[in-house]
Design a protein around this ligand. Structure first.
Ligand SMILES: [Zn+2]
Length: 342
């Protein structure tokens, strides 16, 4: 099937700002970095990243405006996320097992809960289940599974301070326009001693260094900020969290990253392509090759990267100190970023 780029979906990014400093640490040691289009939808507009040499934060400095971002998600995107979530019971149970040593009951909030697959694992136990989800259809599905779900942006959620024992956030923080403010909100919503458990891509991973603009974890333009263990730890500490756990598990986005390189090669040869968002079924020979790859090179690579602290994702458990004292929070630098020229 030929890829047809719908020009009505081709939304021009706003004119880039002249931001010279890091939106998190304020350092002026900032440089232009990789550029990439939306390879998931096979669109052509290129988005540019900048990197702070001081804290290693990477961010899009001319992202689509929030009101234009809906077009970069779309039904196929939400369907893929929901489908993957519902098919990942084992993964959700593993993540539940990482929560339980810290808390065995209480109020649990999942940020960006999608169809509620993770919350469902806790159903029937001594938990009050809450979610925040921006997509109304996914939010309704999560409600049907027994969770209280706020539909909308997390910063607009009406939860009172010190409401939750555990807040989880799986591959969500990097999508938010104000991740530091969101983390600050999490800190306020947690009870003293409460736990913030998050997972997100690692921009300092071996995979990211290897695939660069083809790395699946870039997810342009939906990923607005890209964290490393260093930048994540720095921002969490600046808000007042204690780090209970910070590691890079043996995850991998290698298959999709290779697929993106393949897409470009196919196009270069003049053939049409089918985007990853369209979810084409793999042929039998391809399935065999994929299985062999997963059990050989990819297996060794992702475990070696994880051991070296350079795995494809970051898994972190932060705790709100028992005294509940936050350090001073200033979002002024971030505001500079968000108030860019339109
Ligand atoms: Zn910085």
């Amino acid at each position: 099937m030929k890829n047809t780029l719908n020009t009505s979906e081709f939304i021009p990014a706003p004119k880039s700002s002249e931001l010279k400093s890091c939106p998190f640490c304020g350092s002026n040691d900032v440089a232009a970095w990789w550029s990439a289009p939306d390879r998931f939808h096979l669109r052509e507009q290129v988005y540019r990243l900048r990197r702070c040499s001081s804290c290693s934060l990477v961010w899009q400095y001319d992202p689509p405006l929030p009101e234009a971002m809906t077009a970069h998600y779309g039904r196929n995107y939400h369907k893929t996320i929901s489908k993957n979530g519902d098919a990942s019971l084992e993964r959700w149970k593993q993540r539940q097992a990482r929560v339980l040593p810290h808390r065995s009951s209480g109020a649990l909030l999942d940020l960006g809960c999608s169809s509620g697959a993770f919350l469902e694992v806790f159903k029937g136990g001594p938990w009050d289940l809450y979610g925040i989800e921006i997509d109304p259809i996914q939010a309704e599905t999560a409600r049907a599974k027994g969770a209280n779900v706020f539909t909308g942006d997390a910063l607009d959620a009406p939860f009172a301070p010190e409401s939750f024992d555990v807040i989880t956030c799986f591959h969500v923080l990097e999508h938010h326009y104000q991740p530091r403010e969101l983390m600050q909100k999490v800190w306020e919503w947690l009870k003293p001693g409460g736990v913030f458990f998050l997972v997100l891509p690692n921009i300092d991973s071996w995979e990211a260094c290897l695939f660069r603009s083809y790395w699946f974890g870039l997810e342009m333009p939906r990923h607005l900020f890209h964290f490393s263990p260093k930048s994540l730890q720095q921002v969490s500490s600046s808000i007042g969290f204690d780090v209970a756990r910070l590691m890079t598990p043996a995850d991998s986005y290698m298959e999709h990253s290779i697929r993106y390189i393949f897409d470009d090669l196919v196009q270069g040869l003049g053939f049409s392509r089918v985007s990853l968002s369209e979810g084409q079924q793999a042929s039998l020979p391809l399935k065999v090759i994929r299985k062999a790859f997963r059990l050989s090179f990819e297996l060794v690579f992702r475990h070696a990267a994880s051991l070296a602290g350079r795995g494809a994702s970051i898994e972190a458990v932060f705790k709100k100190t028992l005294s509940g004292q936050a350090s001073d929070f200033s979002g002024s630098n971030l505001q500079v970023h968000l108030n860019r020229e339109k």
